[in-house]
Design a protein around this ligand. Structure first.
Ligand code: ACO
Length: 366
């Protein structure tokens, strides 16, 4: 049975930074309150012409670069997102076209902030079953588009960004070891973004703010502190590991106090947790891969390290995944995946043109 290795990683955040100080000019809040209650100092916000796919393509190409894999070699793109570019088509298909992953299937996965863990687990299962070899899993968000900037209880929390992993099959032991996924829809009302089939965009739904994130912060907090510990222990048990075996826990970055409470619950020093919430806020599905990428880049996570990813979110959903960090597979000449971006653009334009011309010549009266 092949092993599913994490062989590439990349992240991207928009340039625009919104500090707590900036927020205090928009709503009745202040830097001290936000830092003390959440650990957040600033977050990145997408500009008007930046979409989930824009961020994901940049993160994804970096991940391919590290894995030294051509986009054309990808079998599947799984895009976990809470803020899809459209309800239809999937953001994953847009990414597939823009990076030129001509052979890949593509779909979006909605499990709120737990989406990246669900996606990584699914990708690993495709590889373990032997049906696919190269998979990209992306978490990408432009949450700023769905924030009520008049609501100080939510607008201080969220930020935009993307993180991507490449999973590859190998006979060498390592990579993703175990995962647990959970859901409790009885708590669906605690964290919602109502716009959808129940509340399609109408004058009334917009007037009633149905296009903004609504949250019962206290209840979500209580739920999160409970399930972070529970899911970590379950995933460790499934892997046959104990906490002593693990070098790093990479938690969903929603609130520093939630991470702190999980650390106390697991009796693990906070230094063993990867934390970057201060600079990015809660980026939902992107938060875990973004934290992992930074930790690899600053030398904290090294090949051979055992890690646990753990997250929770709307749904309610929660889950955890264990993996042994490996890095790129050896023995390949550099393939420079970034160069494929221009080729992908030309290909996409050419295919649209072809479809247009075919339409003129072959359209039949029905
Ligand atoms: N600035 C200043 N004061 C504020 C602010 C603010 N931004 N927001 C609330 N307050 C006030 C409240 O009005 C309240 O005042 P009062 O005592 O006079 O009524 C006081 O501060 C305390 O408010 P609480 O709601 O009790 O603050 P709490 O400590 O619970 O922190 C928070 C609120 C940060 C939202 C916290 O509950 C939390 O982080 N919850 C979890 C949220 C979360 O993780 N969501 C994401 C889930 S993942 C996903 O799927 C997207």
């Amino acid at each position: 049975m092949p092993y599913a290795h994490i062989t590439g990683w990349g992240m991207y955040v928009p340039e625009l930074v919104l500090t707590n100080e900036d927020l205090s000019k928009i709503v009745d809040t202040n830097d001290e309150w936000i830092r003390e209650r959440t650990g957040i100092r600033e977050r990145h916000i997408a500009r008007e012409n930046e979409y989930p796919s824009t961020l994901a393509v940049r993160a994804g190409l970096k991940a391919l670069d590290i894995a030294n894999l051509r986009p054309t070699e990808l079998d599947l793109i799984i895009c976990a997102t809470s803020t899809p570019e459209y309800l239809l088509p999937s953001t994953a298909s847009i990414i597939q076209d823009q990076i030129g992953a001509t052979k890949a299937g593509a779909f979006d996965l909605l499990a709120a902030c737990t989406g990246f863990i669900y996606g990584l687990n699914m990708g690993a299962q495709f590889i373990r079953s032997g049906s696919l070899k190269n998979i990209m899993v992306i978490g990408t968000e432009t949450l700023s588009r769905f924030i009520n900037w008049k609501d100080r209880t939510t607008c201080i929390l969220f930020g935009d960004g993307a993180g991507a992993f490449v999973l590859q099959a190998s006979d060498e032991p390592g990579g993703v070891v175990s995962a647990v996924m959970h859901s409790d829809g009885s708590g669906a009302n605690l964290l919602t973004l109502p716009v959808g089939s129940r509340f399609p965009a109408t004058e009334e739904s917009v007037r009633n703010n149905k296009h903004f994130i609504e949250m019962d912060g206290k209840e979500v907090f209580r739920f999160a502190t409970r399930v972070m510990v529970q899911a970590t222990n379950e995933a460790l048990k499934a892997a046959g590991w104990t906490l002593e075996d693990v070098q790093w826990v990479i938690p969903h970055q929603a609130n520093l106090r939630i991470i702190d409470s999980a650390a106390r619950g697991l009796k693990l020093p906070l230094e063993r947790f990867i934390i970057n919430i201060d600079r990015y806020g809660n980026t939902s599905t992107a938060s875990i891969p973004m934290a992992a990428v930074e930790a690899v880049e600053n030398g904290s996570i090294k090949p051979g390290d055992k890690i646990v990813l753990v997250g929770f979110g709307g749904g309610l959903t929660w889950g955890a995944l264990t993996a042994e960090w490996t890095g790129p597979l050896p023995d390949r000449r550099p393939v420079h995946p970034q160069r494929y971006r221009t080729l992908a653009r030309v290909r996409s334009i050419f295919r649209r043109l072809l479809r247009f011309i075919e339409g003129i010549f072959f359209r039949r009266e029905l």
